[in-house]
Design a protein around this ligand. Structure first.
Ligand SMILES: C[S@@+](CC[C@H](N)C(=O)[O-])C[C@H]1O[C@@H](n2cnc3c(N)ncnc32)[C@H](O)[C@@H]1O
Length: 201
């Protein structure tokens, strides 16, 4: 599999990404009563900017990502006493049904088959599990400089339908942040980030 993030991994943990992920984590922690006995799984964990902040609230975290380079940076940050598992590959590689909490920040738009992913999440989560997905609302492709990516953001009503069809009850789909980015010289665009919270039936 091509590692599309290989050239970005070394510089990923820059102030902008740290800020973006910290906003996501603080909204998540405000909204969800995280439990110390929960096993978490992060989809598209990257260098661990989100999961490492949430780990102290949880029993353990599975960091899943298709990029060996991004996970390589995460591994450098681990001290060795954390209760973590690292899965390099698609989420389908994780097969145990023991997950209480799934979270993902800015990775869903990179996942080609959302329906199949949600069906798999249903298989690996415990009844009542919480799912939190942060991503951008539908955009014109400029966010990724019109490069081909699986999804130009999401319409949260359509995404919610997919969650419901896969066996999850969607509890909320709030905008939690707005990124203002100059993707075309001189043109600043607002990209709304939403947080979808769902519960496995
Ligand atoms: C925009 S980055 C976000 C990384 C991290 N969540 C953060 O906020 O810093 C997207 C991540 O998703 C990963 N990714 C891309 N396609 C994926 C897939 N099909 N399954 C899992 N992860 C994927 C990339 O390797 C990358 O690390």
């Amino acid at each position: 599999m091509t590692d599309n993030f290989a050239h970005r991994a070394a510089d990923w943990d820059n102030p902008s990404k740290i800020n973006m992920t910290t906003i996501f984590v603080s909204k998540l922690v405000d909204k969800i009563a995280l439990q110390k006995n929960w096993r978490g799984l992060e989809i598209g964990a990257g260098t661990g900017l989100v999961g490492l902040q949430l780990l102290p609230y949880l029993q353990s975290v599975v960091f899943e990502d298709t990029s060996a380079a991004m996970l390589g940076i995460l591994k450098q940050k681990l001290k060795g006493d954390e209760v973590v598992e690292i899965v390099e590959g698609e989420v389908f590689e994780y097969q145990k049904q023991d997950v209480d909490f799934v979270f993902s920040c800015m990775a869903f738009h990179h996942i080609p088959d959302i329906e199949k992913t949600l069906e798999h999440l249903y298989q690996i989560t415990n009844s009542g599990a919480t799912i939190v997905v942060g991503d951008i609302r539908t955009e014109d492709g400029s966010f990724h400089h019109f490069e081909p990516i699986p999804h130009k953001g999401f319409d949260t009503a359509e995404l919610s339908e997919k969650f419901e069809k896969a066996g999850f009850k969607v509890l909320s789909t709030e905008t939690y942040n707005v990124l203002n980015r100059e993707r075309t010289p001189g043109v600043f665009t607002d990209y709304e980030q939403f947080m979808l919270v769902a519960e496995r039936r």
